[in-house]
Design a protein around this ligand. Structure first.
Ligand code: DX5
Ligand code: ZN
Length: 220
């Protein structure tokens, strides 16, 4: 089943509560929360307090995408705030130690929530094959993280296909594969065909005249 995860990065931060309720009414499947630290990526967005405050406003799962250095130090805050799934970047972990990604994923699981690894468009998804067995979801970036509204990088679909094939090979054919960045009504069909089943969309959802129709069109 294809799921749509609108990114609240494209919402009006001064009216976040309303935005969350509107997403739920419009048929979103998850709420994608883009956490940026001003170091792993240039901008700063928000931390665990935002997740804590939106938690009571919706029954939708909160999908927290950590674009931060040293993610292990922050897991506790997001887990206790009510995240349902937390994803961490391979690139942030690999520069600390070869085992840091696995340790971080295990830490997330220790809170009884779902975990996932993320790769940037210029990272071969093979780099995270060794953690597929722990992951509930993989996140394939189709833009370089940091900003909403960027153009989709088509080579990201190679990572999606490779991930889908490898997941099937190890008996995890139903693993969630999420794609993030530049997803829109024009490229959604091709993205789904490549094997992604969770589509993040910021501008395509928040910029749409009719949010509910945009979400159902993205789902296909
Ligand atoms: C990029 C973020 C994305 C982004 C998606 O750093 O991780 O979630 O907000 O926005 P669009 O769909 O506008 O590319
Ligand atoms: Zn994201």
């Amino acid at each position: 089943m294809v799921k749509i995860a609108p990114s609240i990065l494209s919402a009006d931060f001064s009216a976040m509560g309303e935005a969350i309720k509107k997403l739920e009414r419009s048929g979103a499947d998850l709420v994608h929360c883009d956490v940026m630290d001003g170091s792993f990526v240039g901008p700063i967005t928000f931390g665990g307090q935002m997740v804590k405050n939106i938690r009571p406003l919706t029954r939708l799962p909160l999908d927290v995408h950590l674009m931060i250095e040293h993610p292990k130090t922050q897991i506790k805050f997001f887990a206790e705030a009510g995240a349902d799934i937390i994803t961490v970047h391979y690139e942030a972990c690999a520069k600390i130690s070869p085992t840091y990604l696995k340790e971080t994923l295990e830490l997330i699981k220790s809170y009884g929530i779902k975990c996932g690894a993320v790769v940037n468009p210029d990272t071969d998804v093979e780099r995270i094959f060794d953690v597929f067995d722990i992951c509930d979801m993989l996140l394939i970036m189709s833009v370089f993280p940091g900003y909403g509204g960027q153009k989709f990088i088509p080579t990201a679909l190679d990572n999606v296909k490779k991930a889908r094939e490898y997941a099937a090979r190890i008996g995890k054919g139903d693993l969630d594969i999420e794609i993030d960045g530049g997803v829109n009504l024009k490229n959604a069909a091709e993205i789904r065909a490549a094997g992604a089943n969770v589509l993040v969309a910021g501008s395509a959802v928040f910029g749409a005249e009719d949010m509910a129709s945009a979400i159902s069109a993205l789902r296909g």
